[in-house]
Design a protein around this ligand. Structure first.
Ligand SMILES: [Zn+2]
Length: 266
């Protein structure tokens, strides 16, 4: 009985609100600081375990697109230092991690046809970070583990990052858990909506988000499906949503251009 009370208390104190478009309740058990730490550690591992591209042009193009997008993020993320890397890898993939990390594979440049399409994929990835989707996913997994283990590990704890760390270690979760796994349909939808808005606000053509995912689907048809489609499922609904939302974002796009936001990255 006692441990159920502790579990309930922990969950209630950790409920937060999404920074996305629609306010919804999120289960956020992990502190920002710790999520940033986990993201940074995962990024370091990816950097040491994979080949970084020596293509300075691609890196500069990616950095330029990221800079334009960062400028329109909520203040917390806009003030953060973002690290950008291009990985030497033929599969068209991109990701963003808590802690201000963006990675793009060289293979992505074979799929995209403009800076706007690169902004579409990076905007989507950054939107996952701003919306705290990894935190939510880690929290859900942690909670599942807690329930399975009878919540004993949580007894007597206060929800601090230290306790969460102990809890994660106790559950045998690695530093990367929840960071590079597939997102849910709800998370995908939120990232699509928010990412496309970031694009428009940064002066990228929001209509090009549709082109990006159509190009990605074409790669899917011609050969083995790109990894990004397995970690970001639901492509058909995505294209439909992006098409529907484009007209409503044209004002944002025009206003951004008028305000001098005219990224020239490619
Ligand atoms: Zn996604």
């Amino acid at each position: 009985m006692k441990r159920h009370i502790f579990l309930a208390a922990a969950v209630i104190s950790a409920l937060g609100f999404s920074t996305g478009l629609q306010a919804r309740r999120q289960l956020l058990l992990v502190s920002d600081t710790q999520m940033n730490q986990m993201g940074s550690e995962a990024f370091e591992k990816l950097k040491s375990g994979n080949k970084l591209s020596s293509d300075k042009k691609k890196l500069a193009q990616t950095q330029c697109v990221v800079n334009a997008l960062i400028a329109v993020l909520p203040e917390k993320q806009a003030r953060q230092a973002w690290e950008v890397q291009v990985f030497e890898d033929d599969s068209p993939n991109a990701f963003a991690l808590p802690g201000g990390k963006v990675g793009v594979n060289t293979g992505m440049f074979k799929v995209i046809k403009s800076q706007d399409e690169l902004a579409a994929v990076i905007g989507h990835e950054i939107a996952h970070v701003v919306s705290q989707h990894a935190n939510e996913r880690v929290s859900q997994q942690t909670l599942t583990g807690l329930v399975l283990q009878g919540a004993g590990a949580y007894a007597g704890s206060k929800t601090s990052s230290n306790n969460t760390q102990l809890l994660m270690a106790g559950l045998g979760l690695s530093a990367q858990v929840g960071l590079l796994l597939p997102f849910s349909r709800k998370h995908e939808n939120e990232a699509d909506i928010l990412g496309q808005k970031y694009m428009a606000n940064a002066g990228f053509d929001p209509a090009k988000a549709v082109n990006l995912w159509e190009n990605m689907m074409a790669v899917n048809k011609n050969g083995s499906p790109p990894q990004i489609l397995s970690t970001h499922p639901d492509s058909k609904n995505r294209i439909k949503t992006l098409k529907e939302r484009t007209p409503g974002l044209m004002d944002n796009f025009q206003a951004a251009r008028k305000a001098g936001k005219k990224p020239s990255c490619f």
